[in-house]
Design a protein around this ligand. Structure first.
Ligand SMILES: *Cc1c(COP(=O)(O)O)cnc(C)c1O
Length: 401
């Protein structure tokens, strides 16, 4: 197969992000198709025995089995790496497959991990339950207090793991500070960049080592498939991630990879327009809602830092009302915005984390993470902002606000 986008990556690498989003990683078959082809195949055939022997020995490039390589998945991986500014990327079956792979591929019994306390529920489960089960020590800190990272260091600390903005509290981690502390102490940073994506925030530019994704969210952007990705240096991907992935198989299905490739073409447009809508809706609600958790508003304790690290605020913010009854009343009065625990979609979606995504962890753990009973999280979509304001206005009134 010929890469008509330029066989030499030194050419494609020079393209600017908007160009990468629609062309990066494109390989064309002998048919010269415009849109990326979908290769639904688990295996490959060979012209002769030596060809396959050379591929297995690593002496020749080429596909051997779709747990190891697939052309559609490879196009997605190259496009994400180019957008991220990373040496390499490997697609995963889901965001959680990506987080699990990014951590387990480089950790072993006796190692220590420092993680942010505000995190996606399953990311906290990895830190609180899975890693300790395999003899990996973990410390959970308030990631918004810069000194806590250094304070939590131990001689055996191997990884800092965090997301920024964090789900669902919208805590912002100082990427430069935390990556500097990590570098100075030989620690690898693993950043979950699902809330921003490369369209709004590129952690590698601030010194991060590994960027991991739920591509289910903004990258797909239309709520269709589960997918994930891990980006890093060639050495990290080849020596740490690949041996783990090849032998455990958390791979992204070709169909899902193809859907995400299509999503990436419009990622930047969507991320910026949804951020614009999130700003307008946030301003409309401020003052009327008791407490806003919105990185785009000056009332956010780390607003300036967020705007320094990010090109725009992103489509997701949270706000806190009095309690569960009021939060549920607001959700039940929505006519346009859907009650849904998904994010990153072009549709506006709202959820109550304490009774859904963060219900299992119990009230005490939610308290520690900063998730009160009255917290509501919204993903602002691409609908007309006036329709969104009218729906929010009606729902807040119904909730007594
Ligand atoms: C959704 C999400 C995940 C998990 O991704 P899946 O694709 O659902 O497995 C991880 N981290 C963050 C921040 C998320 O929002």
């Amino acid at each position: 197969m010929k890469k008509t986008s330029g066989i030499d990556r030194s050419i494609t690498k020079k393209w600017r992000p908007a160009t990468q989003a629609v062309r990066g990683g494109t390989w064309r078959s002998e048919h010269g198709e415009t849109s990326e082809a979908l290769f639904l195949t688990s295996g490959y055939t060979y012209d002769n025995a030596q060809t396959v022997a050379d591929r297995f020995s690593g002496d020749a490039d080429g596909m051997t089995y779709s747990r190891l390589q697939n052309p559609t998945v490879a196009m997605l991986e190259e496009r994400i790496a180019l957008m991220e500014g990373a040496d390499a990327c490997r697609a995963q079956a889901s965001g959680m497959a990506a987080m699990t792979t990014a951590l387990l591929c480089q950790l072993q019994a006796g190692d220590h991990v420092v993680a942010a306390r505000a995190a996606f529920g399953s990311c906290r489960w990895l830190v609180d339950n899975l890693l300790p089960k395999f003899g990996i020590e973990t410390t959970v800190i308030d990631s918004a207090v810069d000194e806590e990272w250094e304070r939590a260091l131990r001689p055996n600390t191997k990884v800092f793991f965090f997301e920024t903005p964090a789900n669902p509290t919208l805590d912002i981690v100082d990427l430069k500070h935390v990556c500097d502390v990590a570098r100075a102490n030989g620690v690898t940073t693993v950043v979950d960049n699902a809330f921003a994506t490369a369209a709004l925030q590129r952690p590698l530019e601030w010194g991060a080592d590994v960027v991991a994704y739920s591509a289910t969210k903004l990258m797909d952007g239309q709520g269709r498939v589960l997918a994930g990705a891990v980006c890093g240096s060639q050495e990290f991907i080849d020596e740490k991630l690949l041996p783990f992935q090849r032998n455990t198989g958390p791979n992204c299905a070709p169909f899902n990879a193809w859907v995400v490739l299509k999503g990436l073409e419009t990622l930047s447009l969507r991320a910026h327009k949804q951020s614009e809508n999130a700003m307008a809706l946030g301003k409309f609600m401020e003052g009327r809602v008791p407490h806003m958790l919105h990185p785009g508003l000056p009332s956010h304790p780390r607003h300036e830092l967020a705007m320094r690290q990010m090109d725009a605020c992103g489509p997701i913010f949270s706000f806190v009302v009095e309690g569960r009854a009021q939060a549920h009343a607001i959700l039940d009065a929505l006519e346009l915005i859907d009650i849904s625990n998904n994010i990153g979609d072009a549709r506006s979606l709202m959820c109550h984390p304490a009774s859904t995504t963060h219900a299992n962890m119990g009230a005490e753990a939610r308290e520690e993470m900063g998730i009160p009973e009255g917290l509501l999280r919204i993903n602002v979509g691409l609908e007309d902002i006036d329709d969104l304001k009218e729906d929010m206005d009606r729902a807040l009134s119904a909730g007594g606000l």
